[in-house]
Each structure stands twice: as structure tokens, then as C-alpha cells.
Design a protein around this ligand. Structure first.
Ligand SMILES: [Fe+2]
Ligand SMILES: [Fe+2]
Length: 152
């Protein structure tokens, strides 16, 4: 009877909570990059701090996902998910590199109004990529943990 409930809400809850935190950090960066042009020094510093905060958070989050075991567990429970998990994990370094490039631009001592505008657009691109990544990841874990229900 107990084995009927194998969707493991604790694990899903943990992932979803982390993804919500990431979403909040994305909003902070968006707000910081959305200030008037050309930005003054405090605005640039605020954007830089928000971007670095997001980067630190993302490094920790990805590391947890890579070592945390739930993606592997999804494969164990549902072997056909293996290619999808590989795709999701391969996106981590790509996303981090995209964010690093953005930080480098905003960290430049004399960012021009044009480069500031471009940074805002590049950030929206990055946010789209990250959101799509997390959506795919949620789907993989959900599949791995929920579809197991019918197999016992
Ligand atoms: Fe991820
Ligand atoms: Fe994630």
C-alpha cells in the first residue's frame, strides 16, 4: 500500500523551491539592469552584485543537481530518460559560461550606454535559456519519479 505513493514529494519540493529561489534572483538582476541609461556608478555596482549573486547561486544549484542524485535516480527508475538527463546536465556549463560573459561586460570599468542596453537584452536571452532548462529538468524528474508508479 505504502509503495503506491512513489512520487517523492520531498525531492520534487526541494527542486521546485530551489527553482523558485533562482527565479527571485533573476528578478533582482532584471531590476538592477533595468535602471536608467546611462547608468551611474551605484547602478552598475548593484547590477554587478546581483549578477554575481545569481552566478554563485547557480554554481551551487548545479553542483547539487550533479551530485544530489535525483537526476541519476530518475534514470535508475526510468532508463529511457538517460538521454534527456544528459542533455540537461550538458547545459550547465553552457549556462554558466553565458552568465560569465554577461558579468564580464557589466564588470567593465566604463560600460557605455549601448553596452548597458545590450547587457539587458543578453540577460533576457540568458533568463529564457535558464527557464527552459529548469522546465526540462522538472519534467525529467517528474517523469522519473511519477511514471515509476505503474511499474511495481
Ligand atoms: Fe540544472
Ligand atoms: Fe535546476
Amino acid at each position: 500500500m505504502a509503495s503506491l505513493d512513489r512520487s517523492d514529494p520531498v525531492i520534487m519540493g526541494h527542486i521546485l523551491a530551489q527553482h523558485r529561489e533562482l527565479h527571485e534572483q533573476l528578478m533582482s538582476v532584471r531590476a538592477a539592469l533595468g535602471v536608467q541609461e546611462p547608468p551611474d556608478r551605484p547602478a552598475i555596482l548593484a547590477a554587478r552584485t546581483a549578477l554575481r549573486g545569481l552566478s554563485d547561486h547557480l554554481h551551487r544549484h548545479f553542483l547539487q543537481e550533479e551530485r544530489g542524485g535525483y537526476l541519476e535516480e530518475s534514470i535508475t527508475r526510468m532508463p529511457r530518460l538517460s538521454p534527456a538527463v544528459k542533455v540537461v546536465l550538458a547545459e550547465h556549463p553552457v549556462l554558466l559560461a553565458e552568465l560569465d560573459r554577461l558579468i564580464e561586460t557589466v564588470a567593465a570599468a566604463d560600460i557605455s550606454p549601448l553596452a548597458w542596453q545590450q547587457a539587458g537584452r543578453d540577460f533576457e536571452c540568458f533568463a529564457d535559456h535558464l527557464t527552459a532548462h529548469e522546465r526540462n529538468e522538472n519534467a525529467v524528474v517528474q517523469d522519473g519519479y511519477n511514471e515509476d508508479l505503474g511499474l511495481d
